[in-house]
Design a protein around this ligand. Sequence first.
Ligand code: SF4
Length: 725
Amino acid sequence: MTPTSPAALAAATDTHCPYCSLQCGMRLSPGPSALRPSAPGPDAVGPNAPGADTVVEVLERPEFPVNRGALCAKGRTAPALLARGARLTGPLLRDRPGAPLRSASWPEALDRVAAGLARTRAEHGADAVGVFGGGGLTNEKAYLLGKFARVVLGTANIDYNGRFCMSSAAAAHRRAFGLDRGLPFPLADVPHTGCLILVGGNPAETMPPAVRYLRELRENGGKLIVVDPRRTRTAELADLHLQPRPGGDLALALGLLHLVIADGLVDRGFIDRRTTGFDAARESAMAHWPDRVERITGVPVHQLRAAARTFGGAATGMVLTARGPEQQSKGTDTVGAWINLCLATGNAGRPYAGYGCLTGQGNGQGGREHGQKADQLPGYRSIEDPAAREHVAAVWGVDPASIPGPGRSAYELLDGLGQPGGVRALLLAGSNPAVSAPNAGHVTERLRALDLLVVADLVLSETARLADVVLPVTQWAEEDGTTTNLEGRVTLRRRALDPPEGVRSELWLLRELAARLGVPEGFPVEAEQAFAELRRASAGGDADYAGISYQRIAAEDGVFWPCPSEEHPGTPRLFLDRFATPDGRARFVQVTHRPAAEEPDAAYPLYLTTGRVLAQYQSGAQTRRVAELNRAAPGPYVELHPRLAERLGVADGEPVAVTSRRGRAVAPARITDAIRPDTVFMPFHWAGAGRANSLTNPALDPVSRMPEFKLCAVRVERAHLEVTT
Ligand code: SF4
């Protein structure tokens, strides 16, 4: 591999943004970029020196249909991390616990990793070795990571950070429709629906190019209802903003279904023809009458009535959920309640109508389809299904009985690190749980307790700083591969330039580790070869990629799965004829309101809710290294209502301490009437004293095993100024 240079980029390359699930199309052009990494500061250590490499210029790619050329600041500045000063350019390792990380050669680093994994497996059994992946990994990487865990390590314990992102929506989708794809329709359908309810999502900050679909919806005469405890930039676009207490989303959906039924707005024909289970769902909804729902949620009855009439009265309607209702200990039931509302009004399985989830991470969709989830095999197959095991085993050339069963979910895996019966050696790729996991202080302690922590990343993230071995890997612009966006559209990432010397792809390092662990075959280094195997492994599964090729993706601006053959056109709209359940009918699920795992009380009297800001992404491991983004969003803060601020005697900008039963965070106050007086908000992109996830509650949804990131009980006090980044 050769160092990054302008000469390596011979012509413009069409590819996609490395960050969120919109997977905006962009064009990379040769030539210098004005974008430089942040000053090296504490994030550039070891062999990295601030560099002056020429990187690439991001150009619009207006013909790509999802973003039509528009990019947010994160996408525009993504090349800043291609420069040497911002990234790792050689392996690092620690000679003994407590010793500093030092530079190492690749053979030395890989030998150390292989020996450590083999030793742990020999001494403590295969399940003492774990793998933790990420929703930003390409499909090829996710696929081979899952294969590596099951075939090379023989461990059941593989899961990924997507469990934290969308698993409740996925579980609810499968329960109701028999299949989970974030959106069962293209985003381009959104402007043509009659009424859209957007629950707990803020695309104006998380994916700004998608906001045009909301504006077009309103220009077409459609109505937009936003449900959010905060008056976000997205809520400001709405015809109606419902501002429930955190955790009120389930009761709210039940209350709207109650009113739709009471007002005679259900679609009885649709219910009879295409669904089962309505009577039980109706019974539950009728127990959530408007006054009761107002008491639970804080949303006035007149607003409930207005929302129910607008949605129920529209010719077509959509509900889109995001992390707000999903990241709860009742997230699966909450999403189920919103799906019930769609089904009762006939808004599913027909054009311009239906339920969908706005997936978060860049490959949050594909990452959950191809085997890095504890309970799944490629093609969205269940790891407990004998036929699925047989199919995948045949592709892998192994005995079906050798494939382990389901392992621990993400938080359970992290919680057990270094504990009796838990994982003792962990290979982690594309994730930064020391910042992004709930109860992050505890998770950091568990990471420290490992016998061996190996982190593959492009930067020295907070988790990588804890590692025994750090393996520097290639980035989006330096590799081929596919991702699957929030619509289920498989898109193609193209290698535009060479990585720096000393950096390798995850596919290469999996091949090298597999060989050292006695499996010399079956781990291709070329992404297209890996994709060819993934296609065979997924064939016949729910997420069937058999007919999708790199050539088709490039020629067709992406291909929607399922696509079972090369002659098949792909499936932009699911469920038009039947749902993916055994009887072809969608299933109402009987759900009822219940409180959060932790409600405010005398000791912790406020709700904390967390979220994202426009200029940072997830744990911030990448975006905190980009100067332009740091100028726009330099650090954490605590949003609080003026009445609360007055009660606490806090002025805007003064530091406040937020304390939960799990930890404490300190950040400047930001006083705004956009938030409820009983709730404070913190963005979760930062480490250190302002780490929001020091506070969050790891209580798990019983179905999806999703932690309750979105709300917990806290108290807020004035604080002395402390370092917050
Ligand atoms: S919206 Fe998402 S995919 Fe598009 S440029 Fe921004 S971060 Fe990248």
